[in-house]
Design a protein around this ligand. Structure first.
Ligand code: TEU
Ligand code: CA
Length: 542
């Protein structure tokens, strides 16, 4: 039952593909577009509405494609523009839209614009980037780059530094230059004309910045730029836009996802992901997860954004460790706890995202440093070693927080290399692929995959999931995550034991008369007053 006035993406589930690690069609060890094409039936079986494709544009791959050297071409490791057209077309036949990943904060230093820009100060492209005069000894200020070192890189031929928030090979684009902005909008429209269904905007909060005043993001120019971009390129029928914003709080989110459509469709914010981070410190310093705080974060977003914006719902992406390893149990109760996380999240309001392999309950991998490929990990290991940190500490940090955890190849079946490639995979395959793989799970009704299938189907069947109000229950309870949704017609009750021990269920009375829609266990429990380890249920009333 669809409300005619509800945009499609409010009732949709989006699946994120990290192309490098999804499926390799030609044996070079790197996933590619024909590989994705060959798995569209799998995605249709799962039931998703759109694919967010991490960048496949031409790129030297310094940051696995988040360093783009040509926004209007496909990198040869992934395929060709024709492959992209075929993917858009074939996905479309299955009702699946393609969302491209736009990295507009920076380009690659191998982009034609940057090559021109560094030729001379009066080159027409010079002002496409951010330059400051200097002496080659002292950078303009002490801003640090995301992947280590100063944010300023010296170019002796010009007597200038350029600004880069990420690696030295990712120079920041100068959004204060209208000619640059016009070029980007033209490029975006070119992709929309080609048939893509939307865009994910990488680090959208960084587009407006003021490095001279220490501002890497959220400068006063930010929202005017987003609104300009929206008018120039986003306000086209059916197009979805998602802004990645680590810095967004609820108030900021209301601006990014203003229901009047003046900016973006939705925000992709990380407050719940900062739960095991120490404020002001690097992500590698670990804070214990405070469960009650985690619940409060989710509930605050659910309540305060209601009717005033739109949020993304996610546990994972290509920058985050695997959720079952981070928040639940990747051992004994892997299946139950993966389902619990899914049920907990998919009962909420917002657009759910499933990151490749999450629907199988894929886990972190115990990396040796030498097996890692991620620039962020490699730079951290180098810096920390120089600072005297032990190998043990470094390895532990990677094990818990490293981005490569999410990037191990997709586990398709129990054949060598998990069926991901016939060659040498670019990143190690998690050896647990023999037990955890798609072939084993698809069609088996007790699998994590089946649970995701059910949740995705429910999102389309039950308007209360899209529109219902949210009421947190047992807010101070240290073990149970529970809430109610209500749209005036139907009520949903979601009850989750977030931990590995059985617990008394104070809501068992409330459950009476409800129809069980989905649960993390296939068999009913013997004691109705008890929630088993990681037991989660979603019940429908009315
Ligand atoms: O990530 C945004 C970002 O801020 C990351 O640096 C994030 O803090 C880090 O990955 C956490 O470990 C986006 C992309 O998702 C990421 O893959 C890119 O590396 C980054 O932008 C630069 O484009
Ligand atoms: Ca390949």
């Amino acid at each position: 039952m669809k409300h005619p006035e509800t945009p499609w993406w409010k009732q949709a589930v989006i699946y994120q593909i990290y192309p490098r690690s999804f499926c390799d069609s030609n044996g070079d060890g790197i996933g590619d577009l024909p590989g994705i094409l060959s798995k569209l039936d799998y995605l249709q079986t799962l039931g998703i509405d759109a694919i967010w494709l991490s960048p496949v544009f031409r790129s030297p791959q310094d940051d696995n494609g988040y360093d783009i050297s040509d926004y209007q071409d496909i990198d040869p490791i992934f395929g060709t523009l024709e492959d992209m057209d075929a993917l858009i077309r074939e996905a479309g036949k299955r009702g699946i839209r393609i969302i491209m990943d736009l990295v507009l904060n920076h380009s690659s230093d191998e982009h034609r614009w940057f090559k021109e820009a560094r030729k001379s100060r009066d080159n027409p492209y010079h002002d496409f980037y951010i330059w400051r005069d200097g002496d080659g000894v002292t950078p303009p200020n002490d801003l640090k780059a995301g992947f280590g070192g100063s944010a300023w890189e010296w170019v002796p031929e010009l007597g200038q530094y350029y600004f880069h928030q990420f690696s030295v090979k990712q120079p920041d684009l100068n959004w204060d230059n209208p000619a640059l902005r016009a070029e980007l909008y033209r490029m975006i429209n070119w992709w929309t004309d080609r048939g893509v269904g939307g865009f994910r905007l990488d680090v959208v909060d960084h587009l407006g910045k003021d490095p001279d005043h220490g501002l890497m993001k959220c400068a006063p120019t930010l929202h005017p730029y987003i609104r300009e971009m929206s008018r120039a390129a986003f306000q086209r029928p059916g197009l979805v836009t998602v802004g990645e914003a680590w810095s967004a709080d609820v108030e900021e989110a209301k601006r990014y996802s203003n229901p009047d459509g003046s900016e973006l469709s939705m925000v992709f914010q990380f407050e719940h992901m900062k739960i095991d981070q120490i404020p002001g410190k690097e992500k590698w310093e670990r804070a214990p997860i405070d469960f009650v705080t985690l619940k409060k974060i989710f509930s605050r977003w659910q309540k305060e954004l209601y009717g005033q914006g739109w949020n993304s719902l996610f546990w994972e992406n290509h920058d985050l460790p695997r959720s079952v390893s981070r928040f639940a149990d990747d051992g004994t109760y892997r299946v139950e706890s993966a389902k619990m996380l899914a049920i907990l999240l998919h009962g909420m309001q917002g657009t759910p995202y499933v990151y490749q392999g999450e629907e199988l309950g894929m886990t972190n991998y115990d990396f040796r440093v030498g097996e890692c490929r991620d620039i962020e990990i490699l730079n951290m290991a180098r810096e920390r070693r120089a600072q005297g940190y032990s190998e043990e500490w470094i390895r532990d940090a990677i094990r818990r927080k490293g981005r490569d955890n999410a990037r191990t190849p997709m586990q398709w079946d129990a054949s060598p290399n998990a069926g991901f490639t016939t060659g040498e995979p670019w990143l190690v395959v998690n050896p647990n692929y023999r037990e955890i793989n798609a072939e084993d799970q698809v069609g088996r009704d007790d699998s994590v995959f089946a649970c995701y299938q059910t949740l995705i189907r429910l999102r389309k069947e039950l308007p209360v999931l899209t529109d219902g109000t949210y009421e947190p229950l047992l807010e101070e309870d240290a073990r149970i995550f529970a809430y109610r949704r209500d749209d005036g017609k139907n009520r949903l009750l979601v009850v989750c034991n977030f931990f590995g021990e059985s617990v008394e269920n104070p809501l068992c009375g409330e459950e009476k008369g409800g129809r069980l829609l989905v649960s993390s266990y296939t068999e009913a429990g013997t004691d109705p007053d008890l929630l088993r380890p990681y037991e989660a249920k979603m019940l429908l009333f009315g």
